[in-house]
Design a binder for this molecule. Structure first.
Ligand SMILES: [Ca+2]
Ligand SMILES: [Ca+2]
Ligand SMILES: [Ca+2]
Length: 209
């Protein structure tokens, strides 16, 4: 098979049922709700039709340095993707993200945590079916400061790989104390991407010699 044809097929396969959520374009403290599912969040923001639905427990905070929204909700710095991030505001310390069309391979997110939470990936909607994968997110050192302010300013990536098809992701943990950004559903870093980087590296090495 021609190399370019193989690459194109590989990219097409990787994009099936995949979505990246960056939490940009919301009002401060807006519930995300159906904003990534062809409708709107609680304050009318419509983002995309990616087939991802958030229970009312999930809200967006915009970096207060940029939006002049004071406080707590946008108390972030060095966000990995824009200036909006997601937090949970849940009396039950629980929230669910549904993807009715399903996604495969892995779920991943950037996070800045001041408290521990657990994320589970389920085969059915609403946190039902088989538990396909899970991770515990632990606090990662948060220090004050950044761009120029923000006490959620140290970011890491959490990844849950799994087999089969997932239809929901649940959050178990406190309100406010974990911030999320750049959340990927079914986006696996393609072996092709690594190969291209490797080839680039080899080419650079050759040029140096
Ligand atoms: Ca920022
Ligand atoms: Ca900031
Ligand atoms: Ca963002």
């Amino acid at each position: 098979m021609h190399r370019h044809t193989a690459l194109a097929l590989c990219l097409a396969a990787a994009s099936t049922n995949a979505a990246t959520i960056s939490f940009e374009g919301f009002q401060d403290t807006e519930m995300i709700l159906q904003a990534y599912n062809g409708a709107t969040g609680s304050m009318g923001s419509a983002i995309s039709n990616s087939g991802v639905m958030f229970s009312p427990d999930f809200q967006v905070g915009n970096d207060s340095d940029i939006t002049a929204n004071v406080g707590y909700w946008g108390d972030t710095a060095y966000e990995p993707d824009g200036m909006g991030t997601m937090y949970v505001l849940s009396p039950a310390n629980w929230g669910v993200i549904d993807v009715p069309a399903g996604f495969t391979g892995q779920w991943s997110t950037s996070y800045a945590a001041k408290a521990q939470c657990r994320i589970d990936v389920w085969s059915g909607p609403g946190g039902t079916g088989s538990l396909l994968g899970w991770t515990v997110i632990n606090p990662n050192a948060q220090i004050n400061g950044g761009d120029p302010n923000g006490t959620f300013n140290t970011w890491k990536v959490a990844t849950i790989p799994f087999s089969g098809t997932a239809m929901s992701v649940t959050y178990n943990g406190p309100s406010f104390d974990v911030r999320f950004d750049h959340m990927d559903f079914g986006k696996v870093p393609a072996p092709g991407a690594a190969s291209i980087a490797l080839l680039g590296g080899l080419a650079a090495l050759r040029r140096k010699r």
